[in-house]
Design a protein around this ligand. Sequence first.
Ligand code: GLC
Length: 630
Amino acid sequence: MRSTQKKAGKDEKKEKVQLPDAAAIFQKRLKKHHDELKWLYTELYGNDSMFAELCDNMWQFYQERNDTLRALDEKREAQPDWYKKNDMLGMMFYIDNFAGNMKGVESRLDYIEQCNVNYIHLMPFLDTPEGRSDGGYAVSDFRKVQEKLGTMEDLESLTAACHKKGINVCMDFVMNHTSEDHEWAKKARGGDGEYMDRYFFFDNSYIPSLYEKTVPQVFPTTAPGNFTWLPDAGHFVMTTFYPYQWDLNYKNPRVFNEMMYNFLYLANRGIDIIRIDAVPYIWKELNTSCRNLLQVHTIVRMMRMISEIVCPGILLLGEVVMEPEKVVPYFGTVEKPECHMLYNVTTMATTWHTVATRDVGLLKKQLDIVNSLPKDYVFLNYLRCHDDIGWGLDYATLQQEGIRERDHKKYLNDYFQGYDGDSNSRGELYNADPVTGDARFCGTTASMCGIEKAGFEQNAEAMERAIRFDVMLHAYMFMQSGIPVLYSGDEIGQVNDYTYKENPLKAADSRYIHRGAMNWELAKNIADPRTVEGKLFTALDRLEKLRKQEKVFVSNADTWTIETWDSSVLCIGRYFEGEKILGLFNFSEFDKTAWINETDGEYVELISGERMQASGVNIPAYGFYYLKKC
Ligand code: GLC
């Protein structure tokens, strides 16, 4: 039997009293989902004994789950909307960049609280080979923390410390692939058939070449193709991402079961939010794009049920970086939910399109699409993350204005590299594909807003403008429904970090430009209003507190956009239980007037406290207003 992590003495006695209850709770949850789970499992695998094994293991992992986590599960089960309020604010960071190691993060929790953050996404921290890690997304051991970052005990200590402060912890579950250094991969490479069956192995190029006809490339420049030839093994292996990331074969029930055990093992370390990495890719079929296949949804639905049986306090966050019609199905349905949360990726990309064009038309349309979705859906809103910004925009709409996809992508990439006369942005391309002409973009929020350029040119006026712009973008993000997530360092306006170029292990991957280490020297300035850090931090602090105070920011408030009759000014309205707020955002470098005409009385601007009418509102360049109905 597995360790139950109980202390001796008093707790043991407690366990004896609790066990029958615990068994009853487990049985109740299992009963609720058993038939559907079995149905789906049988549909994919038709294997009763493997299903029985899965059920046995769920029970084991449930027993292993500590009392504190079980109590949290029950609390959250009783309030299933616990994450849909307006009090959630996330921050993501690499542990080493933020604070050296796990213990370092634990010692920085006060700073995290000071940032009003109650949800931290710890970027991949599991064992991964140095130099072949893809930022940790190539896992060689799902049950071991990278030595330089700490141990599993440190993780448990960190999650427990976070829970004491009401901070939720998110981690990645990289389930599409393992590192080539994972023990399964090593055995497969050595010719062990059982392990070869856990991946996609081919002894000649015929089948791989058929796949290549229909499967697009993720990293066309840094890792072209979807297969890698292994000369020592005399086989090709499927590698959708980097050659050292071997795709797992989920047609094999052993793979599914073992990965679910890893998932539950990690959940039991005190993780609150599991980010399912690259989820659209996990099922492969010949003659398809190997993206978003129906079986992917079956697997995610099973994961949801498995977590509701063993650890219902956790949330599933799906990483689906695709167009809206591909993203939304990952919420599942009301009766058969899949992910709790998804990234608002098209809105993020459209935001930057708006920054470059100063035209809010497409963004308004995109927000209208999101706002028309069921209010139960929770989106994770962000200005940027650890990955590149891909220009996945609604080109059908842009086409109507004569804007062509290829030209527009080039325009955006030129703009954000700072090549356009009107641009103050700095950053670099990512995976520029000479064949398709496609490229994505990398840079920190501050650099893309002009803070880097203004600092370099020592231009105080330009700096003021860049800070105002950066704050406005955050204010706009906070106005959206869902959970806002900051990238660590953005709260003090950290700019691009070019040192990655000196590191041969990172130089080829420009995403490292926006993954720089937290600059704690600069962070000392957060209380000094004369500094960039102080100005930005104080302004964001104000907004974050407002967002938590005003109930109109709850995730399921009515949200809509309002025509302002100025192409650079966006207006978002929110309404909840008698309270109404209008957010006005000027995306241009010129002062503007929002020609709105809300005739329902007086409003108060929440930042300045000024009372005004919500009609014909003058907004300064890159400014914003939060107008609350009195
Ligand atoms: C996700 C991660 C990305 C990584 C990829 C492969 O998209 O966000 O950083 O390269 O998965 O695991």
